[in-house]
Write a protein that binds this ligand. Structure first.
Ligand SMILES: [Zn+2]
Ligand SMILES: [Zn+2]
Length: 382
C-alpha cells in the first residue's frame, strides 16, 4: 500500500510537471488576426464576392449584393457605386473576397497612410500561412519538408509582426517579408502542412527564434554576421552548419557572365564612385567558405565591399550567392562561378527537401538546421 501511494505521488508529480511545461509554452499569447499589405498606392481596384457582403466606413455598415464593384480612391475617400465614403473602409463577407480577381480569405481594408493608399488583407495567421507556403516553397515537395517550411514561416511571421506598422499593417506580401499569394495560390498539400503543424513555432529559451531560410546553401549555411549588419551576437542556432543534403540540387553550381560596363553602372547607381574596372577578386573566407569581401580595382582606385552588398548591388539574380569559387575576365565580361542560391542563412530549402525524401521528420529537419532549438506551441488571444 505504501508503495502504491508513493507511485501515485510520483505519477501526480510527473503529470503536474508535464502540465506546467505545457502551459509554460502556452504562456505567451499572440493576436490571431494579422494585417497583410497586399497592394500599395492604388487609385482604383475591383472587389467581388459570390455571396452578399458589406463594408464598414465611419462605423456605419453598408450592404452589397453578390457581384463585382469598381472602386475609385481619392483624397482619403473611396467612391463606391457613385457615392463617396471615408477611409478606412473594411469589406466583410462570409465567403472569400476577390481583389482585382485574386481570391483572399478574411477581410479587405482600404486605408490611407503617409505613403499613400494601401489595400490590406486582415485574416487569421493560420490562413495567411496557407497563402505563403506555395509561394515560398514548392507545393510538389514531400509533406515533411512542407511542414518544416510551415513552422519556419509561422515563426518568421510572428517575429516580424509590426514590421510595417508605420504603413498601417503588420507585414507585406513581397520578398521583403514573405511572398503571399492569398487563397488563389493555395494547394491541398500545403494547407495540410499548415494544419498538421497548427500553432507550432521554433523556440529558443522559450521565445520564438530568429529564423531565416534560403534556396540552397552550397554545402554550409552562413552566420548572419557575414551577411547583414547584425546588431547582436549571432544566436547559437544561426552560427551555420555543414550541409551535405543539398549537394545534388540544380543550383549547386552556377556561372554568371556580366559585362564590365554593367557592373560599373550598377555600383555607381548604388553610390560608389568608381572608374573603369580592371580586376575583381575575393578577399577572406567566412566559416561557410563564402567570400568575405569583394575587391574591385578600377581606374580611380580600389573599392572593397562586403560580398553580400556587392551581390545585391550588381545582380542577386545572376550572382546567386557569395560562395564565389572563381572570377575570370573574357571579352570585356567578368565571369563569376559559385555554389548555392540565396543568403545561405538558416534553413536550406533544397537540403530540407532531400532530408524529407530520405525519411526525416519535419522536427528532425528543423533540429538539423537550427541546432539547440525546440518546437513550441503558441496560443492565440481570443
Ligand atoms: Zn515587408
Ligand atoms: Zn544546403
Amino acid at each position: 500500500m505504501k508503495n502504491f501511494k508513493q507511485n501515485l505521488l510520483i505519477i501526480i508529480y510527473i503529470l503536474l510537471s508535464c502540465i506546467f511545461a505545457y502551459t509554460h509554452l502556452y504562456a505567451k499569447e499572440y493576436k490571431e488576426y494579422i494585417k497583410v499589405g497586399i497592394l500599395s498606392n492604388q487609385k482604383s481596384l475591383t472587389i467581388a464576392s459570390d455571396k452578399k457582403y458589406f463594408f464598414v466606413s465611419n462605423n456605419k455598415r453598408y450592404r452589397l449584393s453578390a457581384g463585382k464593384i469598381d472602386i475609385k480612391i481619392k483624397n482619403k475617400e473611396a467612391v463606391i457605386l457613385n457615392k463617396s465614403y471615408k477611409l478606412p473602409i473594411e469589406f466583410v463577407s462570409s465567403k472569400c473576397l476577390l481583389v482585382n480577381g485574386k481570391i483572399y480569405r478574411g477581410n479587405i481594408i482600404i486605408a490611407a497612410s503617409k505613403d499613400g493608399n494601401n489595400i490590406i488583407n486582415a485574416l487569421k495567421m493560420e490562413d495567411y500561412l496557407k497563402g505563403i507556403l506555395p509561394k515560398e516553397s514548392n507545393a510538389s515537395w514531400n509533406q515533411e519538408t512542407l511542414k518544416a517550411q510551415a513552422v519556419i514561416s509561422r515563426t518568421y511571421a510572428l517575429k516580424n509582426l509590426g514590421k510595417h506598422a508605420k504603413q498601417g499593417f503588420d507585414i507585406c506580401s513581397q520578398v521583403h517579408c514573405q511572398v503571399y499569394g492569398g487563397a488563389s495560390c493555395e494547394t491541398k498539400n500545403c494547407n495540410k502542412a499548415v494544419c498538421e503543424t497548427d500553432r507550432e513555432v521554433i523556440t529558443y529559451k522559450d521565445e520564438p527564434a530568429q529564423v531565416f531560410f534560403h534556396s540552397s546553401c552550397g554545402g554550409h549555411t552562413e552566420d548572419p554576421n557575414f551577411v547583414w549588419k547584425w546588431n547582436s551576437e549571432t544566436p547559437v542556432y544561426l552560427k551555420g552548419i555543414k550541409d551535405e543534403y543539398c549537394k545534388d540540387n540544380p543550383h549547386q553550381t552556377w556561372t554568371a557572365t556580366i559585362p564590365e560596363s554593367t557592373i560599373r553602372e550598377k555600383l555607381i547607381k548604388a553610390g560608389h564612385k568608381i572608374g573603369k574596372i580592371q580586376k575583381i577578386s575575393t578577399s577572406g573566407t567566412t566559416p561557410a567558405k563564402a567570400a568575405k569581401e569583394i575587391v574591385i580595382k578600377h581606374s580611380k582606385g580600389t573599392l572593397t565591399l562586403n560580398s553580400y552588398v556587392f551581390r545585391c548591388a550588381v545582380s542577386a539574380d545572376k550572382i546567386k550567392s557569395t560562395s564565389i569559387t572563381s572570377i575570370k575576365t573574357k571579352n570585356k565580361n567578368f565571369i563569376f562561378e559559385g555554389k548555392g542560391w540565396g543568403h545561405k542563412v538558416g534553413l536550406c530549402q533544397w537540403g530540407s527537401k532531400t532530408m524529407g525524401d530520405k525519411g526525416f521528420t519535419y522536427k528532425q529537419i528543423l533540429e538539423f538546421y537550427f541546432p539547440k532549438t525546440k518546437i513550441g506551441k503558441i496560443k492565440y488571444a481570443d
